[in-house]
Ligand binder design. Sequence first.
Ligand code: PLP
Length: 466
Amino acid sequence: MLSANPATTEGTNRGLLLELSLTGVPRGRQASALITRLRDAVRGGSLPTGTRLPPSRVLAEDLGVSRGVVVRVYEQLSAEGYLTARQGSGTEVAAVPRQPRPVPLPPARPSSNPGLPAGAQFPRAAWLRSAQRAMAGLPDADLGYGDPAGYPKLRAELSAYLGRVRALIAPPERIMIVNGFGQASRLLAEVLAGRGIREIGLEDPGSAGLREQLSGAGVTCVPVPVDAQGVRVDALADSGVRAIVVTPAHQFPTGVVMSAERRHALLTWARGTGGLVIEDDYDAEFRYDRTPVGALQGLGPDVVVYGGSASKILAPGLRIGWLAVPHELVSAVAAAKYAADLGSDIWAQATLADFLARGELDRHIRVMTIRYRALRDRLVAELADRLADWSVTGTAAGLHMVIHPPDGSDEVALARIAQQAGLDARPLGGYAVRGTGRPGLVVGYGHLRPSAAASAVAEMARAVNG
Ligand SMILES: Cc1ncc(COP(=O)(O)O)c(C=O)c1O
């Protein structure tokens, strides 16, 4: 009998027969079903190494299938290495490492981000129309491996869009398509490392995710303080780093807009030291008190790498971002992108190109600006009403705001209370390497429903005021 003992010619053991049973399997699928079952039995250990399988005739009879089916199955599994056919001694189970029972993995850690856009407002219908047109119109040749720097049509559309909306100086040849700013930062770190630059300045406070990502890539992240005008260029110069990531349009997380004076000082630093400025323009389209201030790159296309992303204006799940790169770095960044993944998804790129060409992105941003402004205004008003000794800092922009409880408050405890009340709130200190000087909460509101915003503040105020 089977298991430890060789199979007999009288029949196959009952346990195995049950495991392999093909009852109800349509004729045409019997062979593939038997292959799967036998493979699983070998991997799972119910057929240990060395077990002799019944002759094909016997197993065929026991399972009620034609002998040809079993012969084909034995041949296939012998070719794959699960079985060994020995001349004169039949077919036996080969030495296959037993697969341990799958242990449930901890859930993958989603990016912790206080600036999520409103998923429910994603323009699905318009995006689908663009996706359909894009796929219908893609020449066969474009379904091959494309230019790792990105789909030419999208680069041309972005060049026009960024010139018009963000005042960039970026011809299509200098636009690169990436899988979000997250990938862009890793590619740039590699390119800089290739030039001997392994230290990168990051604003402090700044994006904890970016710090983590760059540290993971072996970069030494050097904190450079931020004040009410943006990053402190004097401290940057003192730090000795030769590259820095900044968020001039809406400093993350403080919400400060970099002053004109600081912009000039930063570009002077770059030109004077051969330094590189990486501009993270993550949410600049959303400005509620005036027209967004143009990108720094427009003043220094020779020393600024501009990074933009679909993550705030559309959805982070799309994983699409773009860079505008100084001429001398174009080839190196394209080579890094090629080494990373050979290039981004052509359908998504062609879809975004169509979406841009038809004005859909402009339309969506107009609609969302109205919604986000109303949400922010509502939160600010509710806070003023219910937590009068708290303050709001930062420009009216983007998808998050910073609120400050009275000095001496425990921001970690308050963040917990705010979360329980339904607000996406995190302690400001979590974004700082050298402390922030005063307690604060970073509150993401992009994905809140307006009615939920008001009730969340009311509930938080009740808990805070006792
Ligand atoms: C400061 C900052 N920069 C950039 C991004 C965008 O990153 P990505 O394009 O990889 O989604 C985010 C996303 O939340 C962010 O908070």
